[in-house]
Design a binder for this molecule. Structure first.
Ligand SMILES: Cc1cn([C@H]2C[C@H](O)[C@@H](COP(=O)(O)OP(=O)(O)OP(=O)(O)O)O2)c(=O)[nH]c1=O
Length: 199
């Protein structure tokens, strides 16, 4: 069996590489709009499923017999709103002003698909943000880091300086909850990563 990561996200790639998983990458280019009124958990489940199915649909019969397609989607939820990736710098700044000095939740949906089964699940992490003034947030947006991140920050980058504390899986915030992925693999009779001695 061979893992295919249905994602263009460099973070997801780095996290799987960190685990020593052998995988190839096929970005899904799936549409990321969801109907208004859908909650964050349902939204990330639907989007992860859509991304996995888009890539699955492009595999031939021989590839499908061997494939384990993994897809993910991450959003930030605040006051009943879903914050995805910002459209532009102004949108990023507006998101960061809403998030500062308080708590929000980050949701990542996962979909694992093989020829036998399709599983979806999500993880949820609470993130408490420090209060930062407007000039700090403006300088942060000017770094460019917020632009391709849900909620307009990266906990793994300069955005770490926005974070006071988290409750839940750190890797969920970065975009790939590794413990949940391992649980899903186990449930499906698959092995995520063979443990080997470190060199
Ligand atoms: C909150 C947060 C999000 N993110 C990222 C993870 C995701 O890549 C991105 C949310 O966008 P997604 O739509 O989940 O993923 P993507 O468009 O980057 O990649 P693909 O759909 O091809 O898999 O935000 C961080 O890197 N750090 C963070 O702290």
């Amino acid at each position: 069996m061979h893992v295919i990561l249905a994602s263009g996200s460099p973070r997801r790639r780095e996290l799987l590489t960190m685990l020593g998983v052998n995988f190839s990458v096929r970005p899904s280019h799936a549409d990321e709009t969801v109907s208004p009124g859908v909650g964050p958990a349902d939204a990330v489940l639907e989007l992860a499923r859509r991304k996995a199915r888009a890539v699955w649909g492009r595999l031939d019969a021989a590839e499908r017999r061997e494939a384990i397609v993994v897809a993910a989607d991450t959003v930030v939820a605040l006051d009943g709103d879903i914050l995805g990736k910002p459209r532009d710098a102004d949108h990023a700044l507006a998101m960061l002003k809403r998030l500062r000095g308080r708590a929000h939740r980050v949701y990542t949906g996962l979909c694992v698909r093989t020829v036998d089964a399709e599983e979806v699940a999500f993880a949820e992490t609470e993130v408490h943000m420090r209060d930062r003034d407007d000039p700090w947030l403006e300088r942060y947006v000017a770094t460019g880091e917020p632009m391709d991140k849900a909620g307009a920050y990266a906990i793994q980058g300069y955005g770490s300086l926005l974070v006071a504390s988290i409750a839940g899986d750190y890797y969920n915030v970065v975009g790939l909850p590794l413990g949940l992925l391992d649980e899903m693999f186990t449930r499906m009779g698959l092995e995520l990563t063979p443990l080997r001695p470190l060199t």
